[in-house]
Structures are given as structure tokens and as C-alpha cells.
Design a protein. Sequence first.
Lengths: 419, 419, 349, 349
Amino acid sequence: MDITYPPDAERFRARIRTFLAENLPAGWAGVGALPPDERAEFATRWRATLAENGLVAVSWPKEYGGAGLTDVEQVVLAEELARAGAPSGGENDGFGIGMLGNTLIQLGTEEQKSYFLPRILSGEHRWCQGYSEPDAGSDLAGLRTRAVLDGDEWVIDGQKIWTSAGHTANWIFVLARTDPAAPKHKGITFLLVPMEQPGVEVRPIVNAAGHSLFNEVFFTGARTRADLVVGGVGGGWRTAMTLLGFERGGQVTTQAIEFARDLDRLVELARDRGLTSDPRIRDELAWCAARVQVMRYRGLRGLTALLQGRTPGADGAISKLVWSEYFQRYTELAAEILGPELLAPTGPGSGEVLRVAEVGTPNSSRAWVDELLYARAGTIYAGSSQVQRTIIGEQLLGLPREPRLDGGPFAEIRPGKGA
Amino acid sequence: MDITYPPDAERFRARIRTFLAENLPAGWAGVGALPPDERAEFATRWRATLAENGLVAVSWPKEYGGAGLTDVEQVVLAEELARAGAPSGGENDGFGIGMLGNTLIQLGTEEQKSYFLPRILSGEHRWCQGYSEPDAGSDLAGLRTRAVLDGDEWVIDGQKIWTSAGHTANWIFVLARTDPAAPKHKGITFLLVPMEQPGVEVRPIVNAAGHSLFNEVFFTGARTRADLVVGGVGGGWRTAMTLLGFERGGQVTTQAIEFARDLDRLVELARDRGLTSDPRIRDELAWCAARVQVMRYRGLRGLTALLQGRTPGADGAISKLVWSEYFQRYTELAAEILGPELLAPTGPGSGEVLRVAEVGTPNSSRAWVDELLYARAGTIYAGSSQVQRTIIGEQLLGLPREPRLDGGPFAEIRPGKGA
Amino acid sequence: MDFAYDAEQDQFRASIRSFLADHADPRAADGHDGLLWQRLCTDFGAAGLHAPEEHGGGGFTPVETALVLEELGRALAPVPAWGTVAAAEAVLRLGGADVRKEVLPPLLAGERIGALALVTEADLDPARVPVRADGETLTGTVPVVPNGHVADVLVVPALVGDRVVLHVVTEFEAERQDSLDLTRPVAAVRLTDAPGTPLDEGDLDRLLDVLRVLLAADLLGTAGACLGAAVAYAHTRVQFNRPIGSFQAVKHRCAELAVELDAARAAVMFAALAAAEDSPELATAAPVAKFQAADTAVACAAASIQIHGGIGFTREHDAHLFYRRALTGAALLGSSARQREVLASRLGF
Amino acid sequence: MDFAYDAEQDQFRASIRSFLADHADPRAADGHDGLLWQRLCTDFGAAGLHAPEEHGGGGFTPVETALVLEELGRALAPVPAWGTVAAAEAVLRLGGADVRKEVLPPLLAGERIGALALVTEADLDPARVPVRADGETLTGTVPVVPNGHVADVLVVPALVGDRVVLHVVTEFEAERQDSLDLTRPVAAVRLTDAPGTPLDEGDLDRLLDVLRVLLAADLLGTAGACLGAAVAYAHTRVQFNRPIGSFQAVKHRCAELAVELDAARAAVMFAALAAAEDSPELATAAPVAKFQAADTAVACAAASIQIHGGIGFTREHDAHLFYRRALTGAALLGSSARQREVLASRLGF
């Protein structure tokens, strides 16, 4: 056993640190230290800087214009960006580069690759993901958005929801039902759809913390070319699963980095209130510290698996459950530390983040209230805790599935909302 | 609102207190203070004393030889016996008097009543309950013990398990399948079976605490008279449900009394170890005290409902869940208080009890270890916590049932143990 | 033995519930629907059910007041009930005859709005009280006062020498603060040489205990509304061709919350009765009711968001409003851990 | 970067697991199967894997020793591994060359059995140490010593002046006590003018940390065995015409425990590596591993009883044996709350 990084990786790390020192603004204290209204502008500039330095599309082979970094280099880059509190790309890059780009490289036609990949890289195409629907959440395969071929175009009708970064995107990859007579997991097709057309409307969803991170996307006779299908007509479910496999491979060790940093902030909050001497608070803080250590150990193990080319199995489900359940317990501890300060939170907020606050976020009661609220969403989006437990139970422990009631043709399954 | 007892009830309470003072042994400190091997003998003597004073079969009408106490008198009697740490009857009386007797009074034939009731009262017939089977636990209706008519007798084959007080009983009421072609809840018949015959064998089950409170009962061509059926052939499920309704009506307020008393013992344990000043222990002790208060409030509400003739609905399920889950948390707190003392428990044990230790149980580490172990069983027997939550979810909250896979004829349901 | 609401109480509850269903909108008027409060006071006597009739109250008991607060907590009614009831309770218990006569009738009639400048019992600690009495006038700033920005009458702890005495004040500046709870917003209140009428130095613990019970009732209502909403949604929301309420993950979680809710209901009922009877049991029943109701409300509100899924976390959905109210109720008058410490020390642990 | 067991370690684990599956019976010999221990020492070097070869050890690292203890905890092997390994560790770390040379070879060869007369770190508190050194001899009674009744060599803290020094003793009387853990029973040990060899006054915290890791490994094995048994039973046990493992109540509880088990596994692996590398990280990793493994073991053992239903609470079933072992492991070397306090203070909270 050995938990040091190879010398090459450490040399790469040194390079990245130099790059960050030279390219981040002077006195850089992390995105969280920027006023919220300056963050988007910074992100745009920063993406350009990364692109100039060949640090976008780090997972793509160089032949497609990617950075062609090795796995460990991707991990090191992600770690250093996380430590510095600098974004790894633009708002839509996770979808365009991390997901769709990698999927096209594996499953796309030559024509799709040569058309889309450069435009994703340049930022001309900004992608978002059209998966969930109002009646298809945990049960994603229950989706009802329909696409029918009309000559050489698909015509799409339906509604998607929980589309992150939908308002900044101009392309969307959509799961649509193309054969209602097939069983629900069949008959789904993965389509690439331009958003700048009359049949596509994007509406923001404002969340409980007052921010808008998600959108609804309405399709009313929207159109896309017949050949903009990835993975074949009726093969969309498999394509979607392939794509999910590309999520956050390089992020295997950053979870612990982020939560460890934010825990320091919480300890400081407790100390400031004189509560680190309260045995109950100490006990909870220690539990949190231990959980962050466990995230770190899991990260090292995950990185080892990544480097050895082993697939993680249900590890993603465990990882999601661990951080999202931890996030709740940890922000509830913040609430207990704040006590009556909760009633009138002051200072700047934590901004529009989905997980733990960004580097540099002020240690204000308002920022903690934001995190407390966001933590409630953490166990819902990207697969609820219930879904993750089912995955762990069935895939890791091999426990038998529930009896299925939705095995027949999709058209015969009763609609999402009853009574 | 008014939480005082009516004057009549208080007069009755005074009478009971006098009775207890006059009839319990001098210096009586509760059953828990007796050496374990003297408890059975005391119980026998005490039952005789109760009988002489007309205090057995308190819920039966006087015409059947019962005490004919009013509901509130039954409650007061149960409270005073609980406070004094004196049994309310013999080991088999809960089954013979509380359950079967009341069921016979409601559903039995005249012949059954006149034959069985006096013999239950006298103690000649000592009953136990033949419900659960190795493959029919939570799914009681999945039982496989068969009974077939052979002339004027039923012939019974099968196995029952978790039969309390089976070794001291000489009669057993048995749920047996008499029509395998019917759906599982139909085709069950409630039979009265004498145990002193060659076809019935009782084997004790030793539990994890080393005591034997339950038995297995094996039927091999056991026989009983064709007319010893309660509720009709095929009507056994309904009879069984009726019988369960008679469980512990008079005990509505005793749960809180018992747990409050034992919590005093735990506080004393903590104080003795200097741990009542530990904020974490204080917090847990206070939580326990609050939970016992809640049991008390629930008891007062339940008593009100009883006196107003309202049926409790899912209240029994809540009550079971509350005490059994509390019992675990509370004994785990005892374990934390004992700390390393757990390794080598000393002093007398708590004896063969299913719930909280009896009045007078010494405050020894061994007694607490016994309770800790027994608490693990509390969430299993008499309907597991899972079963109780389902009852609460479906009956109290009206949530929809799981899809059923066992709706067809019983004979076509696959056997209890697979692969 | 009659530990249950009677028919009259049930009917009263039903009528206020139905009224609130028609008229209470948690999003109305930035957390202060003055008209609704006015009607609640005139039509239901909401502010003063257990005050004596001579002061303009209803002559009932804290059981009825708790019942009103429970329904307000269920409806998330954006009315200054907490501030008014708490201020009135302080005056009722500790005010002399003159003060009571002057202050209570307009408060209870809904003509004036009250607020209590106290968030937790630590605010009664002489070392921390921010307001100081200087002769007949008071000066200082209290940073967080629920309903303070709409209040006409303020009850405020002030340092008189080295003792803390509650005072009634009507001249103050209040500035609404950003509030976690959107239905019970808070204000910072500044007193500058404000004339104040001192109340008696009576049993502040007892006052706090009664307030704990009333706050617990509010939390109980919130808890019940959240569980009810979650259960209703679990009935109609279908995934995998089944209502999600048929899955044990949802069903059993709801069942566990139903058990806690039932406990909170029993605890609030008992504690309110103890307050009504001025029983010594109030000293234990009040902290039990407060933390049981608070923990249940927070858990039910969180579960409601979870069971509703993404939609439960949108601004448009009420789920987060309940969560916010539950959180603030849990912090008001001291955290659940603090209630348990109070309980432990009163029980002599 | 290679944070995983290698093929050799996996193979070693597999072979000891298979050996234990064939030979270890938790009910054997009233908690002391001497023959089994003898074979574990000779065939697997179980007692001394990370001791240097010069002392009769295997020359491996604590990673391998942890692996053995994990398998013993999984099999509930009734052998004096804890006592022997703990005593050997003390001698290895704090003994002079002579003591090491004399004591270690027979211990590690399984010819003699060791015990450490210490249950929690409080037993190192001068005010509480029951044994006193008087010149060269020791006198006093230690009430609870795991494996003490079968031990030949005892390492015991004794008061020398006002300091606590560990001593090696071979003359003592031991009386087996009723033990919660039936597979790792304890004894009371009495020393009467017993000749004792003092060890150095080295870093006792470090010694305790290594012991925490090894005990955590034992608990990890117990946890894994319990979850494995519960999952296997949930597969085959059919109620309502479905395997009970298809119900979410069972499936999700198992999944939650799998998450905790995974955390415990990672924590023990990391802490053992930190011990192997003598890294400063051991100071945090050891208490983390100890409480994570302990809490997981207790939870898995309790869940195993619950999922097995009534049968899991019978004396014949192993489930309660695991529960007993988990409970004692959790208490040994200090409760989980105590581990967290150690962690908090080492992290400077």
C-alpha cells in the first residue's frame, strides 16, 4: 500500500499550482469571496484562460482537441482547482465536455464527432441535459416526452424539468419516447436538439433558497434532424447509462477536500460562539471530522481503482449517499451552533451552489442558512437517497428487486399523477 | 379536560392497596427482589390469593365467574399491581383469561363456555397460544399447520413456534389450515387442542439471555374433538383478530408506570457512576424521561378512549413501537453508562422478563445486561417494528398497501424457505 | 378522567381551521397580514382566549389558546400571533392591575399588536440584556424581536440596577430584518430614552413555561401540516406504476413521523392542561412539549421536502416555508438540547 | 498511489478465512480453543505478523495483523488473540532488548498466551491504577482482564511512585469472570508480591492508538459477518410470498449498514497503513477507525438479530454472540463517544 502520488503526477501538480498562481487574479481568495453578481463574469473569463492553457476537455483524447490528460493528471487538476476555489470550466462544460463529449467519442458517428466536438470545445455549443420530467423523477424510464419522425426530422413534444444550466445552454440532449408500444426502458431515443427554435421554451425554477439553478424546458413541436440520434433509435436508455458513467471520474478525491475545508469554517464558527467546549457540540464536530476523513479514505481507494482500471460498482451510490446525508447532518449542526441567530441571518449568502459552499465564502449566518437549505435538496437531486439505497441493496448486496408492476408496454402503464 | 380518576375508582384503588398491604408477604419489595428460583412458586401462591379475593378474570362478567370489574377498575387494579410489583395472575392467565376466555364469551358456543370457563378460572386448564410458525412470522396468515377432519375429530400436523408459557400449559388454541385451496386468509380454523396427548410435543427455546420463555410445539397426528372450533370452520382468521383485540386493555396505563420506575433505577445507576453531570448522558436521560412522560400522556388518552368506548385504531401499533424502540435506546444508554463494566457483568440478573425489569430488580450490571439483550427481542416479538410501521402507515395514515403476491389459493404460494 | 378535547373544542378547532383554509396565505403581505389578524381577533378572540373577560379575553384556558396557535402553525398564517400572545401573557402574569387594564384590551381586540423582545432565556441573563433602564426611561437595541416591526406594544427585559425586569414600552423604532421564517418575520428594535412601565418581578420561569407550551402548539400544527401534505402527495404521486406511498421507504418514514407527531400531540395537550390547571407538572411538561414538538416539526418538514422530491424544494411550493417556520420555532425559547437540560435539572438528575 | 490490498494480502486473507471456516467454532471450549490458537500461530503466524523476524514475528506490517484480527472477528474465533497481540505490542514498543528477546518468541509462537491488564485508557490514570510496585514486586487486583484466565504472560500497569509503568508479570492468579462476550472471556487477576519487569515509559498514546486500530479490525470483521448473515437470510426467508430482502424496510436498512461498513473498512485500512508507516496521521485515524468500526459492528449485529426475527434471538443462533462481541469491542479501549473526544482534542477543537 502506498498513498503517495507518482512523481509525474506531483510534477504535474507543481505545474498546475504555478499556472494557478500566475493566472488567478491577485489576492484570489476563492469564488466564494467574489460578490455573487461577479461570479458569472469571472467564470467566463476563467474558462477562456483554461482553454488557452489547454486545460478544458481534460478527459478527451488530443485528437479531438482535448487535453488528453491521464487519469491521475485529471485528478490532480481537479484537486488543485478545488483547493484554489477556481471553477474547472464554464457552467455548461460538465454536460458538454464531461458527459456528451465523452459519449459522442464513444458512441457518436464520425459526422457527429467532427461537427459537435470542436463547437463544444470552443464554447459555441453550450449543452444541458433533458432527462427528468414532472412524472419521471426517481422513475426516469417513465418519461413521456414524445418524438416522432416527420420526414427527415424528429418532432418533439413534452416537458423536461430539473434541467441545470438550461438558461445558459443552446443545445440539449433529450431522452424521448419514440415507441410507446415497447416496454418502458426500450422505445427511448437519445436526441440532440438545438434550443434556439420556437418550439423550445426555457423557464427558470426558483428554489427555496431563492436561487435559480434549474429550469423547466418545454417542447412544442420542436424539431431536430433525423440523424441527431446517439446510440440508435430505441437505444436511448443504454446511451443515457453510458453517459452517466462519465460523471465526475476526475472528481474522485475532491469531495473530501471540499468538505474538509468547509468543516474548518464550521469549527471556526463554533469556536467564535464559544461552543467548542460544549461536549455535545464537540462530539458532533468530531463525528463530522471523522466522516470527512472517511470521504478522504474512500477517495484514495477510488483513485486507486481508477488507476487500476477497476470499475467502481455501487461506489457512486455510496458516495452520493455519504455526502448528501453528511451534508444534512453537518448543516444541522451549524444550525444548532447558530441557535437564535438563525432567526435573522446576516451577512452575505453562499451563492448559487448545489453542494458545500465555495472556497472563500464568508462565515456568515446567512451563508450557513443557505447551506442548510441546500442540504435539503442534496438528498433529492441526482438520484434521491431512497434510489441510492435501492441501488446499494440490489447491486452491491445483491438483494432481490421489488416485484415490478411496470413490465408491459409503456402505453399501458397508468399515468404519473392519479386521483 | 380532567385527568383525575372518578371517586369510585379512587375508592376501589384504596381497597386494592389495602388488599395488597394485607396479602403481599411482609417486607415485599417486588417480584424482582425475589431470587429467580422462588418466583414461580410465589406466582402460584399469589394467583390463589387473587382468586380467593375475586381478583382473577377481572374482565369477565360475573355470570361466568369473573370479577366483573368496570373498565376503570381493571385499569386501577393493573396500576396498583404494577406499582407493587405483584403479578396479575398466573403465567397462563393472559392467554386463558385475557384472550381465550373473552373470545369464548363473545364467540363460543354455550357448551364451550360452560365447559371451559370454569376450568380456566380454577386454573385446571392452563392455556397457551399456537399462532406463529417457522415460516409464518410477520406473515402469520402464511401458516402451514394442517388440520383435517377424521370422523368426529380433527387430526393436526405441523409445528408452532414462539409459544409463550407452552411448558406450563395443558391446552393450546391453534390456528390451522383446513382448506389449502382457499386464499391464505380464508381456510384457517381456530381449534382448541388438549396438549396432554402423544401427538403434541413441547420443546423449550433458550434465548440469547439464557432463559426459556418460548417454546416450539410439534403436532404429529394430534387430535381434538370436531366441535372444538371457535368462529366456525374457515373463520379462524377473524377469531384470531377478535382475540387480539382483548390483549392488555386493562394495561393501558401501566407501560408508563413500569418504564418510569425503571428509569429511576437508571438515573440512580448514572448518579452512582458520577455520570449525571456528563452533558451527553444528561441529555439522553432527559430524552428518556420525556419519552416516559409521553407514554403516560398516551396512557391517559387511551384510558379516556376506553372509558368513552372509543376503539383505539392503530394506537396499539404506536404503543408497541414506542415502548420497544424506547426500550432499546434506553438500555443502550445503560450500556454506555456501564462502559467497561459491560465486559464482566456482576450481581443478580433481571430474570425471565420480556420487557422492563420487575419491581425490586437489583441495580446490578448483570440485570442491565439482561435488559439490554431482552430489548433486542422487543422489536421482534408480538409484531416486529416493520410490521407495526406498516400497520401505522396503512391503517392510521391510509397509505396504499404494497402490491400483493399472495392473493391466490394458498396451495399455489411458494414455500416459506427458498434456495 | 377525560383527557380529550371536548365537542366544543373540536368544533372551535374545525371552524378556525376552515376559516384559515379560506383566508390564510403564507405568502401574503410579506409576512404580516394585518387584516387577517384583525378578523382572527374579532371573530375568534384568537389573541386572548385564556385571558379573563374583564381584560377583553375569552375566559377560556391555555388549552384553547394552544388550539388556536396549533391551527395558525398548521396554516402558516402570517399574523403576529406569537408576538401578541407572548406580550399579553407577560402582562397578564406580571402586570399590575393598571397595566393590565391599559394594555390588554386593545391587544386582545387586535387593535394593537404586541411583541416580546426575548428570543431565549439567555436574554434574561443580566450580563447579556442589551436594554438598560435609566430612571423611567429605557435605552438599548434588541437585535431580534419576532413581529417587532409591526408591533405597537413591546414587552422588553431591561436591566434595573443588577436585576432584569420586564417593561412595557410603546415608543421604539423597529427595523425589519431578513428572516429565515417568512411567515413570522423579525425586527431589530431600538429604544432611545423610551418611557417604560415595569412589570412585577414574578415567576419568569413560569411565564417561559407557558410560552413554551404555546410555541409547542404552533410547532405541532406545523408538524401535522407537513406530515399531512407528505402523506397526501405519497398517495397521488406515481412512480414505477405505483403510488410512492406504497413503498416502505416512504410508508415507514411517514409511520415513524406519525408516532412522533402523536407523541407531540399528547405532550402539547397535557402541557396545555397543566398550564390551565396551573399544575406543578407544568415544569416538566413544558420542556417536554417544546422539544418533542420542535423535533417533530423539523423532522416532518424535512421529510415533506424529501417525499415531495424536487418540487418540494421550489420557492413556489410551501414545503420550505414550513421548514423555515419549524427551524425558527425550534430555536425560539431555546434549542431542544436546552429544553432537555432544563428538564434534567428540574427532575434533579 | 495504491490504496488497496494486494494479491498476496487477498490470498492470505482467503486462506485464513477458509481455515477459520473449517476450524473455528464460537462455542468451543468455553471461549478458549487453545489448539486452534496454537495452529493459527504456527500455520499463519497470527500473533506476530508485524513483529520483526528476530523476535519470532513475521516481519510484515500492522496491515497484515489487522487483516488477521478482522478474520478472527468475522469468525468469532474463541482464541486469545486480543490478549496476546496486545501484550506483545506493549513489549515490542516499550520493552528493552532483553525483555523483548525473552517474552516475544514464545508469545508469537503460540507457546505462551499473553494478556494486557487494561480495559480503557482510564486504567492508566495514576489515581485509579489498582496495582502498586513495591521494589521489584507488584501487588494488587485488576478486576477485568480479557483472556486473563488463560494467560501466561501479563502486561500490567502499576504505580511506581506517582507514575504508571507497564510491567511484565508471569506470576499471578486469575479467575474467570462471567463475561458478556462468550468468545473473548475476561478474568480478574490478582498479583501478590509478584516479580515484575518494568517496560520503558514510552509513548503510551501511540501504543493505545495501534491497539485501537487492531481492535477496530476485529470489530470490522464482526460487522461484516453480521451484515453478510442478515443479507443471506433476507435472500432466503420468504414472507408474503416474497423474499424479505425485496422489501425496502429490509433492503434499505441493509444498504445503510453497507455504507457504514464500507466506511469502517476504509477507515481500518487507512489506520492500519498509518500504523505501518508510523505516520503522524495515526493520531486521528486510530480513533476514527475505532468508533466507526464499533458503531458499525453494534448496528450490524443488532440489525442481524432484527432481520433474522425470533430465531436470531435464540441461544442456538450465532447472532447474539456477534452482538456480545460487538458490544464488548465497543467498550474496550473506550466508548465511541470517548474516541470522538480524543479526536476532537487531537484536532484542536
